[in-house]
Every structure is written in structure tokens, then in C-alpha cells.
Design a protein around this ligand. Structure first.
Ligand SMILES: [Zn+2]
Length: 384
């Protein structure tokens, strides 16, 4: 990764050994501009009273990626010209990473994971075009909007204890090799493929194609189920699906996730009172015993533990790096300074109208990145 001269903030290119690739920090975030947010001055006749509009007005949602080399991830004028000369099939899907939407009733839908994924795929393509032979180190705030999992990801929160009913149909997996050894004479199920749904030709017609649920999935992981059974016997406890402390902690986590999601989408008004109450209470402590219930035992299985957020999977598949900032430390995100600057500049309506469509100079963005990189050093393995 390039470093910076401390006094001039000039970029010093890295000295690469054979086979090494330059790593370029690319940070992402979203912000919401409101049309009435920054009206501080109005023109009035002498006896006129200012009538201020209620509310913040229309929302303008901006999601963008910036890097230290070219500022906003976008093609230059010449690169766009080159692209336009190509046949449609060979062109990049987009010429800039930034995505501006106008959410609200009767307008665009609110920003969500699906839109972020589409934007991310375009951004990777643009990055690879503008930075041949470089590896991008994508940095995201740790928010539920960014940590969304694929629809079929292994996630015990999306499962019922029993088969069927309303639960997600998850992808196939391998029974972890890290599970306990099988008891003598018992089948070793470790390493076997495990399907999370019953086959379409199952003996019981009611179960055909249905999700198996926590209990059956655990029972098929023979050595874990046996260990769970013996632990419960030893502690003289019942084999429960979900114990009360796991249930309580799930309610708390769900409330926090819904609030964070609404906030990141600029929909703070949509947060339920009930969720705020749950989130404001102290996080319930989880039972010390990792064998407290089936739900916990499955959640702690290696394949469930190692499931990655969808954006991370996409980035790593493309050969780049994905990092999440420490929770509640979005001040480490260089793009926050860009949003702050944009909002500061957007203090009059006419400037506001252009605020999110301005092309901020690379030098300014690099300055933001340079400062943040120094901030980050020591805490972030890819940056130090
Ligand atoms: Zn439990």
C-alpha cells in the first residue's frame, strides 16, 4: 500500500517485490441529504415573517466509494470515450461507482442490500479497469445493512427448531471436521455433505422439500448430538430447543439490528417503540454453558460460525480484500469527512441541489484518505 509524506501528504508509491500487488484502500458509505436540512437564510420583504417548511423534505440517498489514488471510483473522460467506442457487450456495466437515489413514497425504494450488491459489483469492475494489477482493500462500516447474509446463508436465527413451517431454506454444507470424534462403533458423519432441506421424494409427503430445522440438522451431526445428549444427562437438564437466555438475547439482537438498519437507510421514523425499549435495556447475558440448548449448539458449529456477509463473499471471490471497521467507529471511515464537507458546503438550497452530484477533487479526497490511513495504522492489519 502507498504511504504518505507526513508534511506534504504526497503519495509515495510502494516498492513491490516480484509477485506482489499494490493494495489500494477503497472506503464506502452512505449518507442522506434532505432538501430542507440546510436552509439557514431566506429572502423576505421587510414586514414578512419567515415560514419554514415542516420536516426535512425530500431525501437524497447517496452511496459512494472513494480511494486514495483517483478519488471517487469512476472513469476519466478519456476512459469513458474509449468505453463508448466499444460494442455494448464489451463495455463496463457502469462508468462510476456512486449511486444516487430519491427514496420516499411514490419515488425510489429505500436503499437495501440488493442495491448495495449491484453497486459493489459495478465498483469492482470499475476498480479493476482503473487499477490494473492492483488489489482493492474495501472498507465498510460494521452495520447490519453491510453485514447482510445471502438469502440461503447458514444462519440459525432463520431456523425453526422443528421441520417445515415458516423458515428459510438454506444452502447445503459439510458437517465440520472439527466436531467431536464419534463414539466407538458409531458412524463418523464428519466431512459428509449435509442438505438443509428434506428431499422431494421423502417418505412423509408433508416433509418433502421442507427445511429440516435445528433439531434434525443437529441429529444428523451424530457426534455433536451424542455429546449434547451426554452433557444434558450429566447436568440433569432437559434437551431444549432454545433456552430462555438464548431467546432473550435474540430479541435484543433483533431489535438492535432493526434500529441500525432503519438508521442506515435514513428511516429513523420507522423504528418501533418496542424495539427501542428492547435495545435500550442492557444486553442479556448468555448462558455460560455452550451446551445450553440446540439453538446454541448449532450456532457454535464451525460452518455456521464461519459464514461470511454477502459483500465479503463477493469481494473475496473477485480476489480483493474486505474489512469492516470496529463497531461504532465510523469516524475511522475517510468518506465521513467527504459527507461532512459536502453537507457543510450544502448550506444553501442551490448548493444543496448540486451537493451530491459535485465531483470532489482528488486532492481533497486523498487528503481525507491520508489522514484516516494514519489514524487507522496499528489497528488495521491491511493498512499498517
Ligand atoms: Zn441456549
Amino acid at each position: 500500500m502507498a504511504s504518505y509524506d507526513d508534511t506534504t501528504l504526497e503519495r509515495i508509491p510502494p516498492v513491490l517485490q516480484r509477485g506482489e500487488k499494490e493494495h489500494v484502500l477503497v472506503v464506502q458509505d452512505e449518507t442522506v441529504f434532505h432538501t430542507n436540512e440546510y436552509r439557514r437564510r431566506v429572502w423576505l420583504a421587510q414586514d414578512q415573517q419567515p415560514i419554514r417548511k415542516k420536516g426535512f423534505g425530500r431525501a437524497i440517498h447517496v452511496s459512494d466509494f472513494i480511494c486514495e489514488t483517483i478519488g471517487r471510483i469512476k472513469l476519466s473522460e478519456e476512459q469513458i470515450k474509449d468505453q463508448l467506442d466499444l460494442p455494448d457487450a464489451l463495455r463496463l456495466p457502469a462508468f462510476e461507482a456512486r449511486k444516487i437515489t430519491y427514496p420516499g413514497k411514490g419515488f425510489d425504494s429505500w436503499w437495501d442490500l440488493a442495491q448495495l450488491i449491484k453497486q459493489l459489483k459495478n465498483t469492482i469492475a470499475i476498480f479493476e479497469y482503473t487499477h490494473p494489477n492492483c488489489t482493492a482493500v474495501f472498507v465498510f462500516d460494521r452495520s447490519s445493512a453491510h453485514e447482510g447474509y445471502a438469502e440461503d446463508a447458514l444462519n440459525v436465527s432463520n431456523m425453526n427448531i422443528n421441520p417445515g413451517g415458516k423458515q428459510k431454506k438454506m444452502r447445503d454444507t459439510f458437517i465440520p471436521l472439527s466436531n467431536p470424534d464419534p463414539a466407538p462403533g458409531e458412524e463418523d458423519t464428519r466431512g459428509q455433505v449435509q442438505r438443509m432441506c428434506f428431499p422431494d421424494d421423502h417418505n412423509d409427503p408433508k416433509l418433502r422439500g421442507q427445511a429440516k430445522g435445528v433439531k434434525v440438522v443437529l441429529q444428523e451431526r451424530k457426534s455433536v448430538w451424542d455429546k449434547f445428549t451426554s452433557e444434558c444427562k450429566a447436568h440433569r437438564t432437559k434437551m431444549v430447543g432454545k433456552c430462555s437466555s438464548c431467546a432473550k438475547s435474540q430479541v435484543h439482537k433483533d431489535a438492535e439490528r432493526r434500529i441500525a438498519l432503519a438508521e442506515s437507510m435514513g428511516q429513523d421514523d420507522a423504528v418501533l417503540h418496542e424495539d427501542i425499549t428492547h435495545a435500550d435495556t442492557e444486553a442479556p447475558s448468555i448462558a455460560e454453558d455452550p451446551w445450553c440448548c440446540m439453538y446454541r449448539v448449532l450456532a457454535l458449529q464451525e460452518d455456521f460460525q464461519s459464514e461470511r456477509p454477502l459483500i465479503q463473499t463477493i469481494i473475496e471471490k473477485a480476489g480483493h480484500v474486505c474489512l469492516f471497521l470496529p463497531r461504532f467507529h465510523c469516524e475511522l471511515n475517510a468518506i465521513e469527512m467527504l459527507w461532512g464537507y459536502a453537507k457543510y458546503r450544502a448550506c444553501t438550497p442551490s448548493v444543496l441541489a448540486r451537493a451530491c452530484t459535485l465531483n470532489w477533487p482528488v486532492s481533497r479526497i486523498s487528503r481525507f484518505s491520508g489522514r484516516k490511513i494514519r489514524h487507522c495504522k496499528g489497528t488495521c492489519p491491511a493498512v499498517s
